[in-house]
Design a protein around this ligand. Structure first.
Ligand SMILES: Cc1ncc(COP(=O)(O)O)c(C=O)c1O
Length: 490
């Protein structure tokens, strides 16, 4: 992706690829969309894609593959043990990240299961820059506690801090001193912090975290699922890294960690995951869990075809023109929304455009799930499916009380190389209309609430007839618009 300067003076993010296979999508009428969201219990995870126009739920496993990835999938070696495809993958991981040992797993959370089972001790802490939903749950079910030590700027929706995903080093030192090193299982750093707007950490911050871990003899576990975006931001925002290649940055990042794991649904544009380490002892502790939970050591629950795609996908991730596509589209969307006064997280991060529901629908209390309500309302009026990232994504505490999230975000993910700028323009237009009519959006309450990870499968209902009122206003405004258009045409 490169930015091209237009003669109007504006710059345009220009795709460095062309589409040769396309998939038809539907834009169902608003009445059907209202019905569909009710059937889905106001949970965008439970919508059927047939009812979805732009699927901005996630970029996980839905990025467009390249022609080279598709071609590689045809050459897979389908063997249970000793597959040549696995050897290729192991070699690629070693070439890029320099890791001696590689354990395959079927996706990112499976890596978390293995790491947590092997290393989380009962009643200990895992300090980190920010949690991810599955990470936190795995740590907690193994008896650990998550402690988030983020920068103060991380919670500022509008900021110019280039690395809001940094772990606060002073807070880390104080925390270790207070709790005692023996009460800490390991330190975790997440690339591209998923839940706080896809905000990156700097290479310098990772180096400082490493230094602290070395001082106290603590293990550093690195979640590289969102590394691709983070690499782009290190290269473009961190002055001393501007002359480093993406490969050099990747290798430097991996070298600073004890365990490095990733979801290949994100990093590598395929479907799978893996754990890398250079430490034989750590490898031995995790190794036996792989055949038990995932599959034999040479496939780990992944299809060999996906592993072939991963080999190529990881290689392509080392190309700056490939990994900047997501961040550049997101930056474009964020700046268009800012121009229209819609509250969004800045600076633009990776993963997607993050709309600040706390401000967008500030009349909805957190206990009525403002970001969930906003996600449902946006789907109804646009057919665009986003994801709630707020209180609904938290589990209740031991006493059954809500854990109010630090942020209430509607995430509009940007699957790589999937949507065009006209899709983005449509998404911007509809969310702008919704912002102008935001007082019509109301809250949600659970009708079926699972104990953990309730955002995936829980069902809710509207606290009033606000969805009907929203649809009525939307139709009236569209009708007026169409009438005005006819006048112009006539
Ligand atoms: C930062 C982070 N860690 C872990 C995961 C879990 O990966 P997976 O969805 O492949 O299980 C994700 C997925 O979105 C993620 O963003």
């Amino acid at each position: 992706m490169s930015d091209v300067k237009l003669f109007s003076g504006e710059s345009l993010p220009l795709e460095m690829h062309k589409a040769r296979i396309v998939q038809k999508i539907n834009l169902k009428p608003v009445d059907r969309r209202l019905e569909a969201i009710k059937e889905a219990g106001f949970n965008t995870f439970l919508l059927k894609t047939d009812d979805v126009f732009l699927d901005m739920l996630t970029d996980s496993g839905v990025n467009a593959m390249s022609d080279k990835q598709q071609a590689a999938m045809l050459q897979a070696d389908d063997s249970y043990a000793g597959s040549a495809t696995f050897t290729k993958l192991e070699n690629k991981v070693q070439e890029i990240f320099g890791s001696t040992y590689f354990l395959p797993a079927h996706q990112g959370r499976a890596c978390e299961n293995i790491i947590s089972k092997a290393f989380v001790q009962e009643n200990t802490y895992v300090p980190m820059n920010y949690h991810f939903t599955t990470t936190k749950t795995h740590i907690e079910i193994n008896g650990g506690k998550v402690e988030e030590l983020y920068l103060d700027e991380a919670m500022e929706i509008k900021s110019s801090h280039p690395f809001k995903g940094n772990l606060d080093i002073d807070k880390l030192r104080t925390f270790i001193e207070e709790k005692g090193v023996e009460n800490i299982s390991f330190v975790r750093l997440e690339a591209g912090t998923n839940l706080i707007g896809g905000q990156p950490h700097s290479l310098e911050n990772l180096q400082e975290v490493r230094k602290v871990c070395d001082e106290y003899g603590l293990m550093l576990v690195y979640d590289a699922s969102l590394l691709a975006d983070n690499l782009h931001f290190i290269k473009t925002r961190e002055e001393k890294c501007q002359d480093m290649s993406i490969r050099e940055i990747s290798k430097t990042v991996a070298d600073l960690t004890d365990i490095f794991y990733f979801s290949a649904r994100k990093l590598g544009c395929a479907r799978g995951g893996g754990i890398c380490t250079n430490n034989a002892e750590l490898y031995a502790k995790m190794r036996e869990l792989v055949p038990l939970y995932e599959g034999f050591l040479t496939y780990g629950g992944m299809s060999v075809r996906e592993m072939e795609a991963m080999v190529v996908g990881l290689d392509e991730t080392m190309d700056e023109d490939m990994i900047n596509q997501g961040p550049k589209f997101i930056e474009y969307m964020v700046s268009e929304l800012e121009k229209r006064g819609v509250p969004v997280v800045t600076p633009a991060g990776g993963l997607g455009c993050h709309v600040n529901a706390m401000e967008f629908v500030d009349h909805i209390p957190q206990t009525e799930y403002p970001s969930g309500a906003l996600a449902a309302a946006y789907y109804i009026i646009s057919g665009v499916r986003g994801m709630e990232r707020g209180t609904l994504s938290e589990n209740r505490d031991e006493d059954g009380n809500e854990t109010l999230s630090n942020m209430e975000l509607l995430r509009l993910a940007m699957p790589r190389r999937v949507y065009s700028l006209s899709h983005v323009e449509y998404a911007v237009d509809r969310i702008t209309w919704l912002y102008e009519n935001r007082e019509l959006i109301g809250g949600l309450r659970f009708v079926d609430e699972p104990k953990v990870m309730r955002f995936f499968i829980g069902k809710l209902e509207a606290t009033s007839d606000w969805p009907e009122k929203l649809v009525k206003k939307f139709k009236e405004d569209l009708e007026t618009l169409n009438k005005e258009e006819e006048l112009v045409l006539n």
